[in-house]
Design a protein around this ligand. Structure first.
Ligand code: NAD
Length: 497
């Protein structure tokens, strides 16, 4: 059985013989393709030490040389993205076009980071005081840790590492142990792009590695994406150890459909955003909030479209792949049981599986519930599976109040042809990313990605200018060059004259 290596000092670092190991499973076939080592705290500290040793050299590498390497990484990624997509489909299960879409969104952040020379330009004030000039710079932090979830093994790390690296930091990536191979593939690409040793490091592992990273004195910042309890743990532990932290958590994204909306567009969008990647997207729509007067028609349209979806192995031209593991499939099926028991109307039952795959074990078909109420667990919990819930409301105000009462605030959308209603929604909704007739409003790379409330701990979102700020710290230099007219002692507080 092949055991994946870590990536330390710019090269594969075979796992020590006594490493704990976890299986890497193709969820569409049930076949174990290899094993991933789970790093000890000691090995994790060694990886951080390598990244820390590489920092001074990389920080002092010219900005143009750094961005040339990022640009080369972008070129290689663009040429070879099919290879990476195949890895994503084999370990995560998402269908191939979706894997390519994930890579494209990550690539956009790489392209954004190629503009780092412009993004790092500071300000300059001449003659702020007589003979005194002031300028500001932004400098890299040091070792930046990235801890990523299973659902976007390529895109989520790419939300952070292009910006961190272009800004002059060195990076230690701890990918999800469920689909770890993409990280090594990207590390190899960095090597080919000419990145010096130690600037990009991969440590595979679980809680032991994560906790070693959060407490290591040589780590400067932590960018985490995953479930809310772990995000909170990461935020609190890393902050208590003096690190800058951004910890993105879970989601329960609502789509409010008003009576004047285009119901065909709304139904297409609900299906795409609800069942794409088997609902395992942090920006998936999991709740359709339908104003009662159009709810029957909308549910019919969603059901009609959903029945046409082909479910199966993501390499076989299907629309929707498996869940990440058989255990997660069982957990999601348990939510469907609970929804039925709680009295929601089961319109489509995904537990009746019909799929094109060698193993059915990790699959569910798309499930649609109508007449869901906010006290049901299918509403309160992030299911992270292909289960779409329709909650009926009487009005815009009732729909808005429902969304704002939810403890999560990652993404949301409104479907309407009324510009005034859309404008009110943009202003009033307590959510970080908002779509108007757009169901998955993932911001472009030059804006910043992040939710509110329990969907983000910390105050800095990913990529865009907020990402640049996260991975740098500001310094202001006030300077005077010797001028004989300014000599003499004066112990008073400096004032601007
Ligand atoms: P997870 O929280 O289980 O794991 C995320 C990372 O934390 C992994 O690298 C994992 O190894 C590590 N980890 C797991 N348990 C840990 C522990 N006890 N201590 C320390 N580290 C631990 O999340 P997941 O199941 O991989 O991903 C799905 C979750 O991620 C969902 O909740 C989803 O909403 C969320 N997510 C959020 C966003 C966002 O932008 N807000 C994006 C993608 C995914």
């Amino acid at each position: 059985m092949t055991v994946l290596s870590h990536w330390i000092d710019g090269a594969p670092a075979p796992a020590p013989a006594d490493s704990r190991l976890a299986d890497i499973v193709n969820p569409a076939t049930g076949v174990v393709s290899g094993q991933v080592p789970l790093a000890s705290a000691e090995l994790t500290r060694k990886a951080v030490a390598s990244a820390a040793a590489a920092f001074p050299g990389w920080r002092d590498t010219s900005l143009s040389r750094r961005t040339q390497i990022v640009f080369r990484f972008r070129e290689l990624l663009n040429e070879r993205k099919e290879e990476l997509a195949a890895i994503l489909t084999a370990e995560h299960g998402k269908v191939l076009p979706d894997a390519l879409g994930e890579i494209s969104r990550g690539q956009e952040v790489v392209e954004f980071a190629c503009g780092m020379p412009h993004l790092l330009k500071g300000g300059h004030t001449e003659n702020a005081s007589t003979g005194v000039d002031v300028h500001s710079v932004r400098q890299p932090l040091g070792v930046s840790v990235i801890i990523s979830p299973f659902n976007f093994p390529a895109m989520v790390p790419m939300w952070f590492f292009p910006v961190a690296i272009a800004a002059g930091n060195t990076v230690v990536l701890k990918p999800s142990e469920k689909d770890p191979s993409a990280a090594n593939w990207m590390a190899e690409l960095w090597r080919e792009a000419g990145l010096p040793e130690g600037v990009f490091t991969v440590v595979h592992g679980d809680k032991e590695a994560v906790d070693a990273l959060l407490t290591d004195p040589q780590v400067s910042s932590v960018s985490f994406v995953g479930s809310t309890p772990i995000a909170q743990h990461v935020y609190e532990t890393a902050a208590a150890h003096g690190k800058r932290v951004q910890a993105l958590g879970a989601a329960k994204n609502h789509m409010l459909v008003l009576p004047d909306s285009d119901l065909d567009l709304a139904a297409d969008s609900a299906v795409n955003a609800g069942y794409g990647a088997a609902g395992e997207r942090c920006m998936a729509i999991s709740v359709v909030v339908a104003v009662d007067s159009i709810a029957d028609e909308l549910v019919d349209k969603i059901a009609e479209r959903t029945r046409t979806l082909k479910v199966g192995d993501g390499t076989r031209g299907t629309d929707m792949g498996p869940l990440i593991t058989a255990a997660h499939r069982d957990k999601v099926a348990g939510y469907i049981d609970a929804g039925v028991e709680a009295g929601a109307k089961l319109v489509l039952d995904g537990r009746q599986v019909s799929v094109d795959a060698d193993s059915e074990r990790a699959f569910l078909n798309p499930t649609l519930f109508d007449r869901v109420t906010p006290d049901m667990s299918i509403y309160t919990d992030e299911i992270f599976g292909p289960v779409l819930c329709v909650v009926r409301v009487d009005s815009y105000d009732e729909g808005l109040a429902l969304i704002n009462a939810n403890p999560y605030g990652n993404g949301t959308a409104i479907f309407t042809n009324d510009g005034g209603a859309a404008r009110r929604f943009e202003n009033e909704v307590q959510v970080g990313m908002v779509g108007v007739n757009v169901p998955i409003p993932v911001p472009m790379a030059y804006y910043s990605f992040g939710g509110w409330k329990n969907s983000l701990f910390g105050d800095t979102h990913a990529h865009g200018t907020e990402g640049v700020h996260f991975f740098t710290r500001g310094k202001v230099v006030t300077k005077r060059w010797l001028d004989p007219s300014h000599g003499g002692l004066n112990l008073g507080f400096p004032t601007n004259a």
